[in-house]
Design a protein around this ligand. Structure first.
Ligand code: ADP
Length: 568
């Protein structure tokens, strides 16, 4: 054996061992996954083919037997590869009955042809110092080659079809597999099928080496797709190869000193590999758990969405049903108060006033609910019309002055309107009135004594109108300022004592209304007990209100989960 000869055998050994370890690891990682099963079958049959070639080259007596095994092992690769292309990349495709039972029939024929004495292979011509040649039946060899080519071409048609139908990462992966396998099969078929057919055996060892590109490319492609936990496999493979090398070095130690040194290096590397694999395993497991969790979260979100829709629908129906009896109570009690049904005694009048007040509050609440469900379902209708906000604000403030006086609160309600500006704006006057009402009502509600000041002014340059409500009430902390605009949020330490009623909906509804007007609403306070100021900023001109519902929590979560899944 010359040095050149040795090098080829060493290359074959490396290729064989790599395929053997890789194939086994992929299978061990997921024994039930069809992609793993078929891909490891391809890789293991490659290892089988490579070792058969090695033994064929090394054997002296049983060369013809190894030649037959060599042909048999090569015949396994295309069928496994074909099966792999059926299930890759989705692992959803179950093999059909004909694929399962009919496809192996040609293989059985080819296997029999290869193994049977004097069928495909007649004899071996050994030539010292040169590659030995195989004498075979030309017709059967063509039949053998046809089987290999047809199955490979079929597999490529599958891959190309999947390539064309796929997109994104999947497309890149299939491209890698296509590129890797095409290079190796072209080389393999040329050196191990066509050239021997023409009597040239000089490169028949190259096919096994070339097939390594198939293994490497495919592994890389699958790695990118997180399909077979290749990260673990790669770590294990890398460690295993290094340990084998270190072990061989250890055995080949020439002195005691070297023996001890190599032993220590090997032991240290063993420990290191153990830790490395353990940490990679842990990382992959965590990733899988997170994926699982994200999936569950997504499902929960879908249920939440349905529940939310049902809730909104329920609120709409319930509110409509509640509205009619309350309108009746409100209407009749106010008629009674006006004396439409005869004289009402003073004490009864007092009670009737309370009834009227409570029904008014209830009506506000129901309106808030209705607004909320309309907002959430994206069904809030806006009628924009030219409105004089100056007139509107004056009327509202007058009304609140009476209410504050009636509630016998020690509050001075005052209004300041900048004189020169004009306050005509395109707004939905009912809705804007609702917002202003809400802000002034809150200021009175949350102020025991002092003042409630309302300011209205405009910035002509930017075409914006400003509405402010300042109070000397309970105020709020910095963290509360942002919270109060969320739905069902009532903030502040003793809010439930200050004002027992209230759902925490008013500001949320106001925010949505102002948003639809392309405006801004926000609050500022110097701290608890130091009063608050609420600001509204409205544009003068036309606005196109969005017809969509505001983003729900579950929609935000959905997006975040999607992004998270992409990252892991
Ligand atoms: P509600 O008044 O029904 O609780 P809102 O949405 O109108 O609901 O207000 C939400 C919360 O904002 C209130 O519960 C309160 O904590 C806070 N808040 C609103 N206006 C004021 C104000 N003028 N001063 C202090 N806190 C306020």
């Amino acid at each position: 054996m010359n040095a050149d000869f040795d090098l080829k055998n060493i290359l074959l050994i490396i290729a064989g061992i790599t395929s053997l370890i890789l194939g086994s690891l992929i299978l061990l990682r997921n024994k039930k996954g069809r992609i793993n099963i078929w891909f490891s079958s391809v890789v293991l049959s490659t290892a089988f083919w490579t070792f058969s070639m090695l033994f064929y080259r090394l054997s002296v007596l049983n060369t013809i037997i190894w030649a037959r095994i060599l042909y048999l092992s090569a015949a396994l690769i295309p069928i496994f590869f074909l099966y792999f292309t059926f299930v890759f990349p989705q692992d959803e495709h179950r093999l059909k009955t004909w694929q399962k039972y009919l496809l192996p029939i040609p293989l059985i024929f080819v296997a029999l042809l290869s193994l049977w004495p004097d069928m495909l292979i007649h004899k071996i011509n050994m030539m010292p110092g040169k590659e030995s040649t195989i004498i075979f039946n030309q017709t059967l060899h063509i039949f053998y080659g046809l089987y290999i080519c047809v199955y490979f071409i079929w597999a490529y048609i599958n891959l190309i079809r999947k390539y064309l139908a796929s997109s994104g990462v999947l497309k890149i992966q299939i491209k890698f597999i296509l590129a890797g396998t095409l290079i190796s099969t072209l080389i393999g078929v040329t050196t191990n099928l066509i050239m021997p057919l023409l009597g040239n055996f000089s490169l028949n060892w190259l096919g096994q080496i070339a097939i390594m590109t198939l293994v490497i490319f495919t592994t890389y492609a699958i790695f990118k797709h997180h399909l077979m936990n290749i990260k673990i496999i790669a770590t294990e493979l890398f460690s295993a190869i290094l340990i084998i090398i270190l072990f061989v070095k250890f055995l080949l130690s020439e002195s005691l000193q070297q023996f001890i040194l190599n032993g220590i290096i090997m032991a240290a590397f063993l420990g290191f590999s153990y830790l490395l694999i353990k940490s990679v395993l842990k990382e992959v497991k965590t990733r899988e758990e997170m994926e699982e969790l994200a999936k569950e979260l997504k499902e929960a979100n879908v249920r939440l969405k349905k529940l939310d829709e049902a809730k909104s629908e329920f609120i709409t129906i319930a509110s409509h049903q509640l509205r009619s009896p309350i309108t009746a109570i409100k209407g009749y009690s106010s008629m009674m108060l006006e004396g439409s049904f005869g004289r009402v005694p003073i004490r009864a009048k007092k009670m009737l006033k309370r009834v009227l007040q409570s029904t008014n509050r209830l009506m506000f609440l129901i309106d808030d609910f209705l607004n909320l469900s309309q907002i959430e379902r994206g069904k809030m209708q806006y009628n924009f019309e030219k409105t004089d906000l100056k007139e509107m604000v004056s009327e509202i403030v007058d009304e609140f002055k009476t209410i504050a006086a009636r509630e016998k609160k020690d509050i001075e309600v005052s209004l300041k309107i900048a004189e020169t500006e004009d306050f005509i704006a395109m707004v939905d006057s009912n809705k804007i009135q609702q917002v202003f009402n809400n802000l002034i009502d809150n200021a009175i509600k949350y102020t025991e004594k002092g003042f409630v000041k309302i300011n209205l002014y405009a910035d002509d340059e930017n075409g914006r109108i400003f509405f402010e409500v300042l109070d000397s009430g309970i105020g709020m902390g910095k963290e509360t300022e942002a919270l109060i605009f969320q739905k069902f949020t009532r903030a502040g330490e003793n809010i439930f004592q200050v004002h027992t009623e209230g759902l925490g909906l008013g500001l949320y509804v106001s925010k949505e209304i102002i948003k639809a007007h392309n405006g801004k609403i926000y609050a500022k306070s110097d701290g608890p007990g130091k009063g608050s100021t609420f600001f509204v900023e409205l544009p003068r001109g036309d606005v196109n209100p969005p017809n969509t519902s505001p983003e729900h929590d579950y929609q935000k979560h959905d997006k975040r989960i999607e992004e998270f899944i992409k990252k892991i």
